[in-house]
Design a protein around this ligand. Structure first.
Ligand SMILES: Nc1ncnc2c1ncn2[C@@H]1O[C@H](COP(=O)(O)OP(=O)(O)OP(=O)(O)O)[C@@H](O)[C@H]1O
Ligand SMILES: [Mg+2]
Length: 363
């Protein structure tokens, strides 16, 4: 049994990344020019994948990468554990250096989790640990090229004082290391860098990760079929039309269809119909739960938008959706990453959610 060329759970390996070459090149240039960058985009749009590719490319050029994932970080102790694990994971050029710097600072690399679970009397202070860890990180950057990646940065907002502490240490080293923040709650990520009250106010260039273009969807689908000795037939254009540039949904639809085609065979229109049916059944329970948890104004906005209408237009009238309600609901949906702006209009981020709504509740 072949391995599917369309993995759709979790980030891809660097060698699996075929598109987004311009974004990768732009990020590498930013890193090398020491322009602090925040990569922003909806969930499942490929932020981590792109950054992994950037990391692999700069590692190949002898840069040391320190990668910390702040997903749902909930306390200073949690943060110091994440940073400890990141520092302990460093490979290549910086790995010996980090070990000697940590030893000199009496930091037990890789053991902070254990230390923090020890008897209360001997437990280290997480904030003091964080200061030491950032000192070690910035000293490392003075000695060798470092790229510091902070994935899921928006979660930092959950820990009082954490963004301030991080900024205090990093601000004097913006020239010495490459720094990229990435995050997926668009409104929170933007707020962290554009609200004057925030420690990182105006400290980074915001770069948005776009949906795939239709050409990119077609290229990804065709290449996966070709590499596994199958023909994609009419699939690429059907997938492009439905997936609306959503990277993970593109891969999921392609994977489901690919499983219906044997080696040496070509996909047909029936493959597409069958694959679409299977994908719809796989996601419908989850989407139903998601929809039923929405407030009524949000449901109406989603319905109108999924069906291609304007939230201030005729189909909104049909649902008795008042302008004020529509505006507030749309803002909440934008904040939570369910809607995105597509030119002047709104679009649902998830094309399968849009498809589910259209199929169940056409207007
Ligand atoms: N460059 C790419 N080529 C092909 N597929 C991609 C690419 N980038 C992302 N994908 C698809 O999208 C999925 C999600 O990618 P990834 O985890 O990098 O996104 P993310 O934006 O970091 O998501 P999250 O918000 O969950 O952190 C991957 O499993 C893959 O199916
Ligand atoms: Mg990610």
């Amino acid at each position: 049994m072949d391995v599917s060329p369309f993995p759709y759970q979790g980030p891809l390996l660097p060698e699996q990344v075929e598109v987004r070459t311009e974004l990768v090149a732009d990020l590498i240039e930013r890193v090398s020019e020491r322009r602090v960058t925040a990569l922003i985009g909806p969930r499942r749009f490929g932020k981590t994948t792109v950054l992994r590719k950037v990391a692999a490319d700069v590692i190949a050029a002898s840069t040391t990468v320190v990668w910390v994932d702040l997903y749902e970080v909930s306390s200073m102790a949690d943060l110091t554990i994440r940073l400890d694990e990141s520092l302990a994971r460093i490979t290549g050029r910086g790995s010996e250096l980090i070990r000697s710097l940590a030893a000199a600072a009496s930091l037990n690399l890789g053991l902070v989790r254990v230390d923090l679970k020890g008897p209360a009397a001997s437990r280290p202070d997480p904030v003091a640990l964080l200061h030491t860890q950032f000192d070690v990180l910035t000293t490392l950057a003075e000695r060798t090229g470092v790229l510091f990646v902070v994935d899921e940065f928006s979660s930092i907002d959950r820990v009082d004082g954490a963004a301030g502490l991080m900024r205090t240490h990093l601000q004097h080293h913006f020239q010495q290391m490459g720094i990229v923040f990435a995050g997926s709650e668009p409104s929170m990520m933007t707020t962290l860098f554009t609200d004057e009250a925030q420690p990182f106010y105006a400290q980074a260039d915001l770069v948005e990760i776009d949906p795939f273009t239709d050409e990119e969807v077609v290229a990804v689908v065709q290449s996966g079929f070709r590499r596994t000795k199958r023909k994609a037939g009419p699939l690429p254009s059907h997938i492009a039309a439905l997936a609306n540039g959503h990277p993970q949904r593109t891969m999921q639809l392609a994977d489901t269809c690919w499983r219906l085609v044997d080696v040496g065979d070509a996909a047909t229109f029936e493959t597409w119909e069958h694959g679409l049916d299977r994908t719809r059944s796989a996601v419908s329970n989850g989407l139903e739960r998601l929809y039923s948890g929405m407030q009524s104004g949000e449901k109406d906005v989603l319905r109108v938008t999924a069906n291609g209408g304007s939230i201030f237009g005729a189909s909104a009238d049909l649902l008795d959706l008042a302008n004020g309600t529509a505006r507030n609901a749309a803002n909440r949906l934008l904040d939570r990453g369910h809607l995105r702006r597509d030119g002047k209009r709104y679009a649902l981020v998830d094309p399968l959610f849009a498809d589910w709504i259209r199929t169940r509740m056409p207007i």
